[in-house]
Write a protein that binds this ligand. Structure first.
Ligand code: NDP
Length: 244
């Protein structure tokens, strides 16, 4: 029998609901240590209940990925609860619906870029010193950075003028993924852009195709099977390659 894999030190952003919460539940269920962030931890009832069920293994910290002060405070606080990171899941994201050409508000474009692209990029840059390097001699793989992307950010798949603020920001996030993959490769760190499918969350709506549990189960399988040779790839929750 092969030994059980060592518990991983994980960080999930935007973890108070939707896919983020499902990631936290599944990572805890398999024995990992999790830092879960929320904009308003005091209101994150499900996370706080989980923290009571998994004392010492789940820490809930405040983080607004779009806010520089919040990111700085978080990056300073993280080492107090986690000694390095094996898995960073940049999950937090926003979708402003109902945008029409001629009426796309700058504030929504700006908010989408900060929340979906520049915020997660700057967070990853600031956390880079805390990401685990690969240590092949000890059989240890490098950290994985999983950026929750979307097919709506795929330039090759554009079909109509839909959700422009979201699409533009996710395309920008895809470039951030490709660049981070380049710069972190020498440390054996893998960076992936992952489309979770169309998922039943507040963002995806109740008519979506799959549950957060199904999506996260697939995404964690994809993450587990990824190696540094896959860094910079764009995959869906079933491991299918997507065009940029
Ligand atoms: P939800 O809208 O259900 O949840 C979004 C989460 O992100 C919430 O926890 C929200 O916090 C948080 N969030 C939003 N903005 C910020 C911010 N500036 N700082 C910190 N946290 C923030 O979305 P999903 O769970 O469905 O989506 C998760 C990820 O998956 C997103 O990146 C999304 O783009 C992507 N995705 C989802 C799809 C789907 O079908 N659901 C399809 C394709 C991609 P709060 O509660 O405070 O608002």
């Amino acid at each position: 029998m092969s030994p059980a894999p060592a518990p991983r030190r994980c960080l999930v952003t935007g973890a108070n609901r939707g896919l983020g919460l499902a990631f936290v539940r599944q990572l805890l269920a398999r024995g990992d240590h999790v830092v879960a962030t929320a904009r308003h931890p005091g209101k994150a009832t499900a996370l706080n209940t989980l923290a009571g069920e998994y004392p010492g293994r789940l820490h809930v910290l405040p983080l607004d990925v779009a806010d520089p002060k919040s990111r700085t405070a978080f990056v300073r606080e993280l080492p107090l609860v986690a000694d390095g990171l094996d898995l960073l899941i940049n999950n937090a994201g926003v979708l402003h619906s109902g945008e029409r050409f001629g009426q796309v508000p700058m504030a929504q474009l700006d908010d989408s870029l900060r929340s979906n692209a520049t915020g997660p990029f700057l967070l990853t840059q600031a956390l880079a010193p805390q990401l685990a390097d690969a240590r092949p001699e000890q059989g240890r793989r490098g950290a994985i950075v999983a950026n929750l992307s979307s097919v709506l950010g795929s330039i090759a798949s554009v079909d109509g003028f839909h959700t422009p603020s979201y699409a533009i920001s996710k395309a920008a996030q895809n470039m951030a993924t490709a660049l981070l993959a380049q710069v972190l490769a020498e440390r054996g760190i893998t960076v992936l852009a992952l489309h979770p499918g169309w998922v039943q969350t507040e963002m995806g709506g109740s008519g979506a195709q799959i549950t957060p549990q199904q999506s996260v189960q697939g995404l964690l399988r994809v993450i587990d099977n990824a190696t540094v040779a896959d860094s910079g790839r764009f995959w869906d929750w079933q491991g299918q390659s997507l065009p940029w």
